[in-house]
Design a protein around this ligand. Structure first.
Ligand code: G3I
Ligand code: 9MR
Ligand code: ZN
Length: 537
């Protein structure tokens, strides 16, 4: 099978707001000049020169970037250089409105255990799915854990993945995203939609806690991945996989945050979240830290493992968030006790250190100034690292030649980190530079990348139409508003291995429904995109 040749010139396929920084990338060593053309009139509105060539190992090409930020007049455009041109894009201040709404609504469409209505979901509507009780693996005990979001292209519900997703929504909310009109059933109820949507997952997560020990089950899935069927047709027996320290630490963190943020809207719910967090904390703070291990699948369960050998970051995040919510001295002490020099930084489902430090920076620092300072340094150091790597990439991203599974999440997460750095920085000129670069992470995801894909389904000129997403596969058309995983240079499915043998890292992608290591979708890939877009929409 031939791999399609990507276009040589790329911009965001959605477009830019009038005042945005705007860049185009061309794969060409020789061409020096580009022309911005009004697509309606054919008129040339701007002429610019490309920057110095970049020898891009990730793409196997020489790349050059051109800046056309000066074009600020609303309209429809494309850019031309010699025989090459970009897809058309728009310059307008409401250019992200519909896209953002669908990217948020995607989470509603992933809801499990309730009716997803025809009115909102169209052909992706369904009745309550996965309502059967689950067996606690290895016992005869049964438990109701209905609700939550389907994780991804499969129908598993995983706590660590859910926790990242929730946290991204809560961060966006705390930074001012309070809209209540995205078209979910709760829209217009006086509670911001991001909080309503996050609560759907929080309510499920509360059920995932073992009341006795306070520990939290790692996930609920069948023993194996479902066939390619609709959610209501996955009727295999569901199992609660063993309690894990990662899930429990994450649970403490998001429940603590929920207790702070829902207080204003629903005191009872806030109190319930705090009680659950404190109970879960007792499971972690058991005086036997040296015995804590990461989760691994029992051999009978082969669904997503979300294994993570390093759990000190989850536990530290729990301590920090509980302290932030309660201001209680005993949790401040826990912050110190659970702090480690080599905590895993990150905003992933496995590496939560950055969430922890970001939260810590918003907490009363008395007596823990040294740890707070370490957090600030770590975030700013990473921002500077992203900045350096991005300047050598040709597409303004920090991916080098290692494109991991879900590389689009890495890009969106980097955007989030740059926003955090801009916020905590203190000196304003680097705040501007970090915000500009954060915005460029969005431009990459929307088309300014080596593949010439807008990686959100249903948007842009060329976007995935065959995602690994069971409902889309069964219905034979893609659900809208989903961010796919994107290029993965490790080629971790048989399709990728067969088709992408000699392809450079940044181009290891195919819009094929079998290629789950490239073209799956996930709630926690949409969520950093939501958080990122909330600052620029
Ligand atoms: O940790 C290494 C890192 O050291 C190395 O630099 C990098 C190289 O690119 O790879 C890193 O490991 C990868 C890991 O994700 C962390 O990024 C593994 O190769 C990769 O196999 C692993 O992929 C995960 C995948 O499940 C397989 O376990 C994805 O992150 C994760 O998003 C994905 O999640 C699945 C669920 O299991 C099931 N539901 C769907 C969901 C989305 O695909
Ligand atoms: O559909 C599954 C997807 O959600 C996972 O990310 C992926 C990797 O764990 O596995 C997918 O399921 C496939 C399974 O691993 C192998 N047999 C085919 C399944 C569907 O393509
Ligand atoms: Zn379901």
């Amino acid at each position: 099978e031939a791999v399609p040749v990507p276009p040589r010139m790329n911009t965001s396929q959605i477009g830019y707001k009038t005042e945005d920084k705007k860049t185009v990338t061309i794969a060409s060593e020789k061409i020096n000049t580009f022309y911005v053309i009004n697509a309606e009139t054919g008129e040339e509105v701007y002429q610019g020169k490309y920057n110095d060539p970049i020898d891009s190992k990730a793409t196997g090409n020489i790349l050059r970037q051109g800046d056309f930020s000066e074009v600020k007049t609303k309209g429809r455009y494309y850019i031309q250089s010699g025989d090459y041109k970009t897809y058309e894009f728009t310059i307008d201040d409401d250019v992200y409105k519909d896209l953002y709404k669908d990217v948020v609504k995607m989470l509603y469409l992933q809801r499990c255990g309730c009716e997803v209505t025809k009115e909102i979901a169209g052909d992706f509507a369904h009745g309550p799915c996965h309502t059967q009780v689950a067996k606690v693996f290895g016992t005869d005990e049964e438990k109701d854990v209905s609700g939550g979001w389907h994780d991804a292209g499969d129908y598993g519900r995983y706590v660590v993945a859910g926790a990242k997703t929730i946290e991204d929504l809560l961060i966006a909310y705390e930074n001012g995203e309070e809209a209540d009109d995205y078209g979910i059933p709760e829209s217009g109820n006086g509670v911001p939609d991001l909080l309503d949507e996050a609560r759907y997952e929080l309510e499920w997560m509360l059920k995932m806690q073992d009341e006795k020990s306070g520990g939290v089950y790692h996930k609920v899935t069948g023993l194996g991945f479902p066939d390619t069927v609709l959610a209501v047709d996955e009727t295999q027996e569901l199992y609660l996989a063993p309690i894990s320290y990662a899930a429990t630490g994450d649970f403490v963190a998001v429940m603590s945050d929920a207790s702070r943020l829902y207080e204003k809207y629903d005191k009872d719910f806030a109190a319930k979240c705090l009680a659950a967090a404190e109970k879960a904390w007792t499971y972690i703070d058991d005086g036997k830290l040296e015995k804590h291990r990461g989760y691994t699948n029992p051999k009978e369960i082969v669904t997503g493992e979300y294994s993570d050998g390093k759990i000190s970051d989850e536990q530290f995040w729990g301590a920090v968030s509980l302290y932030r919510a309660t201001k209680d001295e005993k949790y401040k002490k826990a912050v110190r006790d659970f702090y480690k020099e080599n905590l895993q930084m990150g905003l992933g489902w496995a590496d939560m250190g950055t969430y922890a430090f970001y939260a810590l920076l918003k907490t009363d620092p008395d007596d823990i100034e040294d740890i707070v300072e370490k957090g600030r340094e770590a975030i700013l150091m990473r921002a500077e690292e992203i900045y350096q790597l991005a300047s050598q990439s040709g597409f303004n991203v920090a991916l080098d030649t290692d494109y991991p599974w879900g590389s689009n999440m890495s890009v969106a997460n980097d955007g989030m980190l740059l926003m955090m750095a801009a916020e905590i920085n203190g000196s304003d000129d680097s705040a501007d530079k970090y915000m500009e670069l954060a915005k460029k992470q969005l431009d990459y995801l929307l088309g300014n990348n080596a593949l010439g894909y807008c990686f959100v389904t249903g948007y842009g000129t060329v976007s995935p139409i065959h995602p690994h997403h069971r409902p889309s596969q069964v219905l034979g058309k893609s659900m809208k508003g989903m961010l796919v995983g994107g290029p993965n240079s490790n080629r971790e499915d048989t399709y990728a291995q067969a088709v992408l043998k000699d392809i450079p890292p940044a181009l290891c992608y195919a819009d094929n429904e079998q290629a789950y290591s490239l073209n799956e979708i996930a709630i926690y890939w949409n969520s950093p995109l939501i958080c990122l877009m909330s600052a620029f929409k």
